[in-house]
Ligand binder design. Structure first.
Ligand SMILES: *[C@@H]1O[C@H](CO)[C@@H](O)[C@H](O)[C@H]1NC(C)=O
Ligand SMILES: *[C@@H]1O[C@H](CO)[C@@H](O)[C@H](O)[C@H]1NC(C)=O
Ligand SMILES: *[C@@H]1O[C@H](CO)[C@@H](O)[C@H](O)[C@H]1NC(C)=O
Ligand SMILES: *[C@@H]1O[C@H](CO)[C@@H](O)[C@H](O)[C@H]1NC(C)=O
Ligand SMILES: *[C@@H]1O[C@H](CO)[C@@H](O)[C@H](O)[C@H]1NC(C)=O
Ligand SMILES: *[C@@H]1O[C@H](CO)[C@@H](O)[C@H](O)[C@H]1NC(C)=O
Ligand SMILES: *[C@@H]1O[C@H](CO)[C@@H](O)[C@H](O)[C@H]1NC(C)=O
Ligand SMILES: *[C@@H]1O[C@H](CO)[C@@H](O)[C@H](O)[C@H]1NC(C)=O
Length: 497
């Protein structure tokens, strides 16, 4: 199937949600110290893939070598051209009135082949300029060190399955801390370990698309958690005081609702495998992987004739070293799923066979305008309460939330999505006393949506990807969000049915 047919197919399988124009409005308000912002990431917006000394990363590699990996056979060579247009981006942020902007640094712009010798001065300068432009407009920068664009040469060493990554990532992080900690208050080490490891090493949904489920995903998780912890300790010991800053990790989490009253245990197991895998070692009182994962993977491994579990073990020193290494829980949330038990179908090695559940969208839930995710604001509220109760009320920064469509300027479904999710957030804060301190809409503008190329659009601003100037045009959702930020309340929005 050619790229055009694939795009048409994606559009056909989307079910356009029915919208009734009941007006909704909440009475809760965002306090003056609550931060409202937007988020992006380097590979998805910057372009300039081979300019100013940048080296190749795993997304350059996969899109250039197997263009058919991406639905529309596009890539991030130019993307939104933010490498050249960052001043225009800052002007958009100013127009929205955001309190903060979350962006990520491209590792191979700083260290072209990943090794920490001679940082590329032009790469260092680009983020200096971006940070200074934000501060000049009173916009607080939130910096993510790693948002999926690993230098390709490090992938050739095995990427995150190689324990040497702990040292390499720490040295890269040290350079960012050295250069930017005089101006950064919010640091995020790593964005979405689940997508990196389970979907990039275990499955093929993201680069490097290894498809070694039940093996490479656990090795990746193990090294990634150690890398995060080492960087946190470096920050905590040496850099925190420079700007009274905080540092955390961002985890992706859907809400897993039991498919029936008998399935609470299955739903909780899914939460532990998909969220607890990364959250338990860092945020729980005892540290280490969730007990249910150790039990299930250990049993599956021994049934498969292995003398040791496929889930690596932390030493007790490592457990202590990783525990508590996040000042906040960075949360990326998009949707919810129903869950039920589904016994391992055969003896094959995979994360799903270890977890032994299946998940799906309830047919009564409204879908986003691209037909990708269900819109379930109450699931967001339940997830926030679950994080509070499971991990001793951490400070939470919602570092991504949003929904896709195909790039409509009058994006009413997105307006409804933001309206209903922001109300659920206010209820979690005011009725469940969850300590959420910021919220970032994903995304500032349409950008390269990984395997979905430029088909799925998440922006508050539309970007014309066939115009060499990449003009940005405000959608209806930009005006809606601008109003939320200006008035600190969720304005009326069309309700979904
Ligand atoms: C907001 O307050 C008004 C007046 O007190 C009340 O009628 C309305 O039901 C409230 N709305 C919500 C969503 O709680
Ligand atoms: C960068 O890549 C483009 C193709 O995207 C190519 O035309 C150009 O020559 C390359 N520039 C350098 C400096 O290699
Ligand atoms: C930026 O980081 C590099 C590598 O750590 C260092 O050599 C350089 O001095 C730093 N620049 C500043 C301004 O701190
Ligand atoms: C440092 O930040 C914390 C909040 O993260 C705040 O409570 C504290 O007052 C700040 N300290 C200084 C010296 O600014
Ligand atoms: C794992 O195996 C042990 C020993 O056979 C058994 O007691 C336990 O119930 C099993 N646990 C799970 C989660 O299957
Ligand atoms: C961070 O540093 C403080 C002050 O030195 C220390 O009390 C705390 O235990 C450190 N945090 C971790 C997780 O090591
Ligand atoms: C075994 O189960 C896995 C994961 O559920 C599936 O991908 C695979 O096709 C199955 N193999 C056989 C031989 O049924
Ligand atoms: C996008 O840009 C192309 C080239 O300039 C132009 O032909 C097209 O009409 C634009 N599309 C939209 C939706 O503005």
């Amino acid at each position: 199937m050619g790229p055009n047919n694939k795009v048409i197919l994606l559009r056909l399988i989307s079910l356009i949600s029915l919208i009734t124009y009941t007006e909704c409005a909440s009475n809760y308000t965002f306090s003056s110290d609550f931060l409202l912002g937007t988020a992006t990431s380097s590979y998805q917006i910057e372009g300039a893939w081979n300019e100013s000394g940048k080296g190749g990363n795993i997304w350059d590699f996969i899109t250039h070598n197997t263009p058919e990996y991406v639905y529309d056979e596009s890539n991030g060579d130019i993307a939104c051209d933010s490498y050249h247009k960052y001043e225009e981006d800052v002007a958009l942020l100013k127009e929205l009135g955001v309190d903060f902007y979350r962006f990520s640094v491209s590792w191979s712009r700083i260290y072209p082949n990943g090794y920490p010798y001679n940082p590329n001065a032009e790469g260092i300068a680009y983020y200096n300029n971006l940070i200074d432009a934000l501060l000049a407009q009173n916009i607080t920068p939130m910096l993510t060190m790693y948002h999926w664009d690993l230098p390709q040469r490090l992938q050739e060493l095995g990427g995150w399955t190689n324990s040497y990554m702990v040292q390499l990532f720490t040295e890269y992080a040290r350079t960012l801390l050295e250069n930017y900690s005089d101006r950064i208050k919010y640091w995020i080490t790593i964005n979405e370990p689940y997508q990196i490891c389970n979907q990039g090493y275990g499955e093929i949904a993201y680069a490097p698309a290894l498809g070694m489920s039940g093996r490479a995903d656990y090795l990746c998780a193990h090294n990634l958690l150690k890398s995060h912890a080492e960087v946190y300790h470096l920050f905590n010991d040496t850099y925190r005081s420079k700007n009274n800053a905080t540092m955390g990790i961002t985890l992706s989490a859907s809400w897993y609702e039991p498919g029936s009253s008998e399935e609470e245990e299955a739903a909780e197991r899914a939460r532990q495998f998909r969220i607890g895998l990364y959250a338990n070692p860092i945020f729980s009182t005892n540290g280490d992987y969730p007990q249910v994962m150790k039990d299930y993977i250990g049993n599956q491994s021994s049934a498969q004739g292995l003398s040791k579990s496929r889930l690596p073990q932390f030493t007790s020193d490592e457990i202590e070293y990783i525990k508590g290494t996040s000042d906040f829980f960075g949360l990326n949330h998009y949707t919810s799923r129903l869950t039920r038990n589904s016994p391992a179908s055969n003896n094959s090695v995979s994360f799903d066979n270890d977890l032994q559940t299946e998940q799906w969208f309830d047919s009564s839930w409204p879908m986003d305008a691209a037909g990708r995710n269900a819109i379930v604001p109450w699931g967001f509220r339940k997830l926030l309460a679950w994080i509070k109760n499971t991990y001793n009320s951490p400070v939470i920064h919602v570092t991504e939330n949003g929904c896709p469509d195909f790039g409509e300027l009058e994006d009413n479904v997105r307006v409804s999505y933001y309206g209903s999710y922001l109300e659920a957030l206010l209820e979690a804060i005011n009725e469940d006393y969850v300590d959420v301190q910021s919220y970032a809409a994903w995304s500032l503008m349409d950008n390269f949506e990984w395997r979905y190329g430029y088909v799925y659009r998440y922006g508050l601003y539309y970007v014309n990807m066939t115009d060499p100037n990449r003009p940005r045009i405000a959608k209806s959702s930009a005006a809606f969000y601008q109003d939320v930020i200006a008035n600190r309340v969720v304005g009326s929005y069309p309700s979904l049915s």
